[in-house]
Ligand binder design. Structure first.
Ligand code: GLA
Length: 730
């Protein structure tokens, strides 16, 4: 059993293989957080939390003369609001009498086999049946607001999932102004916050800062998880490195606006709260109604590398679903950077023939194929073929592509509408807009109101129509602007604060329906590249286009940053043209290949413009990729930048789970004359085994490669890269 209740001490202890989590019900009915860290063997750790008498931290009335007891200083499993805890609250409420408080007291708990589910929301699942659930009921004695805390324990993964379900158990409506999913208290230690920020074309750049006194917030108000701030963060010991030190990650299975607040309070204790929505979030709970907050994955490890590996495994095997979750992903050619809006059947077929000849497996017809779509000002919403561009029809084009031996995939952006479209002319009120205000345009398009059932149904039927009518194996689901002007015509005034959240629930319903209806189709998520790269979307689309920036040197930062939480198999990465279309940088085809292979691999360039030599190189690249694919997609991933940063290089390594094979990747970011040696130490090998290196015929021990390291031959030229293969021989 990974969850145990100690009746005498009133502690609940969760154990995974390497971590332990403890909470306790105290004498005033408060559910206290006791411990999250390395396994200590189930001991009662309550004595860690002595209480001192604190000025200006008052005591609950019922505590009487117990002045050392204050909700403002105790570590709480899920903090109350408005009743004497002045730190970041887990929830915010407005009660029917106008008061803004809730005191959550322990009522009961239950431990059961299997992982709870969250209907309508993405949630980690448990294919091998080893997970367990802990459910704890907290209640406000005055209003009857009930919060069910859910914990899903995945012992082998060292992951605990968490969320909270809010229920109005009283007789009056309650407005939730904040509905946190998780509250995590870290009472001791000095912590850094590692978060992943950026912008369009530079997503998920790591930034590590000391947790300051006060509150640090990252989040999104864009209705999407956003390019700017990813819903994944790490709290790590100030001394933590890739290999050592306490590291705790929180990953949100949520694709909408969010808030992640990290507070260091007066005595140095740190609290993190993750909640959906922004300041405009309001959700009315009528008596008997429920609200389920999205799920969070919580994991803890020694060192950032191990933490990443735990998340990789969890996301790949327990978040992603469907036939492609662990299967070979077809090497694709995408038409976007090859042709942009210039979609002509002869040009597309020519590209497909060339791609097939090189060993690619899937042709993706990107933007520009549908009715009215000559540029990005028109057509969104009208999901039928553009007869001017494709006079013989889409069907005939697909047949032609299938005859080359390639599978066929299609780009769509179903959540959007152009004003210049039949859909908008028929249903102008389906677009999000506030009455009497002209809405913001983004890429000259509007956002459909996915909180409305009829809009969801329209998208489901329009997409099902395409998938039934045509021979489609892959869908790229794009989303190319932020959500603004949140106002839904079907919600009453007092419920408008629900529109943004309901939008995301609507999106999830659409994706759930389509992925269940078409299980053989590979869905790839996208949002101007990686603007909605989150574990919520990965539940429906096992890969996401990582960034619109395809420059391999920029991708080192983007994919490297993404690797802290998300596995390689989820990151769409393509070899594109050189000079690169976004940066103008010229890089070798080999470098572009090596970087894209550390992702869901494909190509996105006009093959007709390449020389015979380049085509031959691509043919070999694809063959090599196939040989290494399992290692790349499922091997343990090690960032090696700590050794290479000083040399302006990036390095990363894949090691098979049984340590029999490894693949080292190095890219020089900035070549220098008379450069220092590029030396790095490998990781994760068997120290006692001997490894042959394919590229130089030498044999070295795992110990020599890990402790002595490896010095690369001199690399010169523009952005050179190497891949080195190691195979255990005895
Ligand atoms: C977004 C995507 C690109 C491409 C274009 C098409 O920007 O991220 O890959 O599909 O849209 O308009």
């Amino acid at each position: 059993m990974s969850i145990a209740y100690n009746e005498a001490a009133k502690t609940i202890t969760i154990q995974t293989v390497e971590t332990e989590y403890q909470m306790a019900i105290d004498r005033y009915g408060c559910l206290r957080h006791v411990y999250y860290g390395r396994t200590v063997g189930g001991e009662d750790l309550r004595e860690l939390h002595r209480s001192y008498d604190r000025g200006f931290s008052g005591s609950p009335y019922r505590a009487g003369s117990d002045r050392a007891y204050s909700l403002d200083t105790v570590c709480q499993e899920f903090s109350s609001c408005g009743v004497g805890d002045f730190r970041v609250p887990s929830l915010g409420v407005q009660n029917a009498d106008g008061s803004r408080c809730a005191e959550l007291r322990y009522v009961s708990h239950e431990i059961r086999a299997g992982k709870y589910s969250l209907p309508g929301l993405p949630a980690a699942w448990d294919p091998d049946g080893s997970a367990e659930t802990l459910e704890i009921i907290l209640r406000d004695p005055v209003t009857g607001l009930t919060v069910r805390l859910l914990y899903g324990v995945f012992p082998e993964r060292n992951v605990i999932t968490r969320t909270a379900i809010y229920e109005n158990g009283g007789a009056e409506p309650i407005v939730l102004e904040k509905a946190g999913s998780v509250c995590l208290e870290l009472p001791f230690g000095s912590w850094d916050l590692l978060h992943f920020h950026g912008r369009h074309c530079l997503e998920r750049k790591p930034e590590r800062l000391p947790v300051m006194n006060g509150v640090q917030t990252v989040g999104s108000r864009r209705g999407m998880s956003s390019h700017e701030h990813n819903p994944f963060l790490i709290l790590c010991d100030r001394q933590a490195t890739e290999d050592h030190g306490e590291c705790i990650g929180l990953m949100y299975l949520w694709s909408g606006s969010f808030r992640a607040e990290v507070e260091r309070e007066q005595f140095g204790s740190v609290r993190a709260v993750l909640s959906p929505g922004d300041e405009s979030f309001r959700w009315t709970l009528a008596p008997g109604e429920r609200f389920a907050a999205p799920e969070v994955l919580l994991s803890r490890a020694e060192g950032l590398t191990r933490l990443s590996q735990q998340f990789h495994r969890m996301v790949r095997e327990n978040v992603c679903r469907g036939e492609y979750r662990l299967a070979h992903r077809p090497v694709l050619i995408n038409s976007w950077e090859a042709a942009y809006f210039d979609i002509r059947a002869d040009r597309i077929l020519d590209l497909a023939r060339r791609a097939a000849d090189l060993g690619m497996e899937l042709f993706v017809l990107d933007d520009g194929w549908f009715h009215g779509r000559t540029d990005d000002n028109a057509g969104l919403g009208d999901w039928f073929e553009n007869r001017e561009k494709l006079p013989e029809g889409l069907d005939s084009l697909i047949r032609g592509i299938r005859e080359t031996g390639l599978l066929f995939g299609l780009w769509v952006e179903p959540e959007m509408v152009s004003e210049n479209s039949d859909l908008y002319r028929a249903h102008p009120d389906w677009a999000l807009a506030v009455p009497d205000r002209a809405p913001m345009l983004g890429r000259n398009q509007l956002v459909l109101d996915l909180s409305r059932r009829e809009v969801q149904d329209y998208i489901i039927e329009a997409m099902s129509g395409l998938l039934e009518r045509y021979d489609i194996s892959y869908v790229k689901w794009d989303f190319n602007r932020s959500v603004s002007d949140l106002y839904s015509h079907t919600l009453p005034a007092e419920r408008q604060g629900e529109a943004g959240h309901r939008y995301v629930l609507g999106l999830y319903r659409v994706l759930e329906t389509l992925t269940a209806r078409f299980p053989g189709v590979l869905f790839e998520g996208c949002s101007g590249g990686g603007g909605r790269f989150d574990a919520g979307m990965l539940y429906y689309t096992p890969q996401i286009w990582c960034s619109d920036d395809t420059d391999p040197i920029e991708r080192l930062t983007i994919q490297g940053g993404t690797s802290y939480g998300y596995p390689i198999s989820t990151m769409g990465a393509h070899v594109s043209a050189s000079p690169n279309h976004q940066t103008g940088r010229t890089t070798p085809l080999q470098t572009r290949g090596y970087v894209a292979m550390s992702g869901a691999f494909g190509y996105e360039l006009d093959l007709a413009k390449l020389s015979e030599g380049e085509l031959e190189e691509i043919r070999h690249q694809i063959q090599h990729f196939r040989q290494d694919e399992a290692l790349l997609q499922q091997g343990l991933y090690y960032r090696l930048d700590e050794f290479t940063e000083a040399q302006d290089a990036s390095a990363w390594l894949f090691v098979s789970e049984d340590r029999s094979r490894a693949l080292l990747n190095v890219v020089v970011r900035s070549p220098h004359a008379n450069a220092p040696l590029i030396h790095l130490k490998l990781k994760g090998l068997d120290p006692d085994a001997r490894y042959a290196m394919e590229e130089d015929d030498a044999v070295r021990s795992g110990a020599a490669l890990m402790y002595g390291g490896y010095t690369l031959p001199q690399l010169i030229g523009d952005y050179p890269a190497v891949q080195l293969h190691l195979k255990k021989i005895d």
